[in-house]
Design a protein around this ligand. Structure first.
Ligand code: CMP
Length: 139
């Protein structure tokens, strides 16, 4: 059975470009309920832990540096079949390959600066959500 929770971060370059409001609007208009929401400037250690699954990849250290370069907007999102519904809303990892009308097509600049992170599985959605938010911060 699919879960009803996904986790997202609006990435530092999209936050500093002033895209947070537009991206949150696309998310809400896409039928997601915001269950938790907060700005946070990740330390390098926190970004390393969040992306630990990519630790062996050549882009890992660049990704960690980028994700800790400024505040992100983190959110837990609720919808039926949330992980795949959210991946459909944001589009392919590389904005150049993302479908028209998706968040990454509209706001992404490159594979790294692709505007938003989205969970890739129900299991990771729960891990990522609890990495950022306590139970008291989820509504
Ligand atoms: P995200 O959804 O945050 O999950 C992992 C991130 O790694 C991904 O978005 C991209 O920003 C980044 N990423 C994935 N593949 C590459 C790559 N080949 N080069 C640089 N960054 C990548």
């Amino acid at each position: 059975m699919s879960g009803n929770i996904s986790f997202t971060m609006i990435k530092p370059s999209a936050v500093s470009a002033g895209y947070s409001g537009g991206i949150l609007k696309m998310i809400e208009e896409g039928g997601f309920r915001i269950k938790a929401l907060r700005m946070h400037h990740l330390t390098e250690a926190q970004a390393m832990k969040f992306y630990a699954v990519h630790a062996e990849r050549p882009f890992y250290h660049d990704l960690v540096r980028f994700m800790s370069s400024g505040p992100v907007v983190a959110a837990i999102l609720e919808k039926a079949d949330a992980v795949s519904a959210f991946r459909a809303l944001i589009g392919s990892t590389n904005p150049a390959d993302a479908a028209e009308g998706t968040v990454r097509k509209h706001y992404g600049k490159s594979v790294q600066e692709n505007a938003v992170h989205g969970s890739d599985s129900d299991e990771n959605a729960l891990i990522e959500a609890s990495f950022f938010f306590s139970g008291f911060e989820q509504y």
